[in-house]
Design a protein around this ligand. Structure first.
Ligand code: PMV
Length: 339
């Protein structure tokens, strides 16, 4: 990490936050402005796929606009506006109108079904609020991060996390259900394409209601949530695996039947789904898949099978890259900055 300590004024802060993989997915909003979801969701925060973000609020009035750089590229257009809207939320809370310089680095490919928006908005929220000296509780940080990106509400906590859909902005927050060391699960991400996805999840959530399957999925979800909570509490891997595959397929069925339809899968996605079944059925390797809003497949297994699964994924021609992660902590403040 590059450090220019001369720039670290008291209006500067840096935070690192892990991405997360949802076991029960969030897909669809009841309030698109506040990002209130149609259902609860449950995820595991990742230790090894994270975003580091530095925020410097310009109290001297040198900046005319917010300057946002992600992975070395100056952001413009819609993605920059989304970050500016989040900076506005922090400005409102602090009753300040400072512009900000934001520099952010992901250690994994953005916009490809690995939730860079989750880790990105969690890190931005924690760094931005710290630099403004806003003293928010973890629940308040989670509610704020949620307005940037729903899944970011979960990345405010480490380990195994449930986001309560809530009744309003203050109650739609995440909480930790188990710490990271509760269960040595691994997320092995088989990247079949690291290209930016054609339709963002932000737009996808608005389409969920156009699918006849969305209401059916949400109606059945309480059972899935209960199963996943209980599988996590008792570290029951088979039980967890069965439910996460079912919910990932149900969410993609909603995506595929919305108007217009969203097909995030690539041929490699289906190839990996079939490979996972083969490894499970023919080789007795306990591994299950889940897929977010992208073509890449997250293979979930326990630590004893990490090497066996990684070796098999590496042998598949459709896989461009593999990211392996264990459960990780919540956001952490860093004392060196990215400027
Ligand atoms: O937080 P968003 O708007 O990027 O939505 C995330 C949606 C999924 O990754 C597909 C599911 C989830 O719960 O993370």
């Amino acid at each position: 990490m590059t450090t220019y300590s001369r720039l670290s004024t008291s209006r500067t802060a840096t935070a690192r936050a892990g991405s997360n993989i949802a076991f029960i997915k969030y897909w669809g909003v009841s309030d698109p402005i506040l990002n209130l979801p149609l259902s609860n969701s449950i995820s595991m925060t990742l230790a090894d796929a994270y975003t580091t973000t530095s925020v410097d609020w310009d109290s001297r009035g040198n900046l005319a606009t917010d300057e946002i750089t992600v992975d070395g590229k100056r952001m413009a257009g819609k993605s920059a506006e989304r970050v500016v809207r989040h900076l506005d939320r922090m400005r409102t809370l602090a009753d300040q109108d400072f512009r900000a310089r934001v520099v952010s680095l992901n250690n994994f490919p953005m916009a490809s079904g690995i939730a860079s928006s989750a880790s990105g908005f969690a890190a931005l929220t924690v760094a931005g609020c710290a630099a403004l000296r806003l003293d928010l509780s973890p629940e308040q940080l989670s509610a704020l991060a949620r307005q940037g990106s729903g899944s970011a509400s979960r990345s405010i906590f480490g380990g195994f996390v449930e986001w309560e859909k809530g009744r309003d902005s203050a109650t739609s927050v995440a909480r930790q259900i188990q710490p990271p060391d509760h269960w040595a699960l691994f997320d092995i991400v088989a990247v079949v394409s690291a290209a930016e996805k054609p339709v963002s999840s932000e737009s996808g959530h608005l389409l969920a209601a156009t699918s006849p399957f969305s209401a059916a999925r949400i109606d059945a979800l309480d059972m899935g949530l209960t199963e996943v909570r209980s599988a996590i509490a008792t570290c029951d891997f088979e039980r967890l695996g069965r439910v996460i595959e079912r919910d990932a397929l149900a969410m993609h069925a909603v995506m595929m039947t919305s108007v217009p339809n969203l097909i995030y899968w690539q041929p490699g996605t289906l190839e990996i789904i079939h490979a996972v079944r083969r490894w499970r059925e023919q080789e007795r390797i306990p591994v299950y898949f889940t897929i977010d809003a992208g073509p890449n497949v997250h293979l979930i297994c326990e630590s004893a099978f990490r090497v066996a699964v990684t070796d098999r994924v590496r042998a598949l021609k459709c896989v461009e890259q593999i990211i392996v992660s264990k459960p990780g902590p919540g956001p952490q403040r860093m004392d060196t900055h990215l400027f």
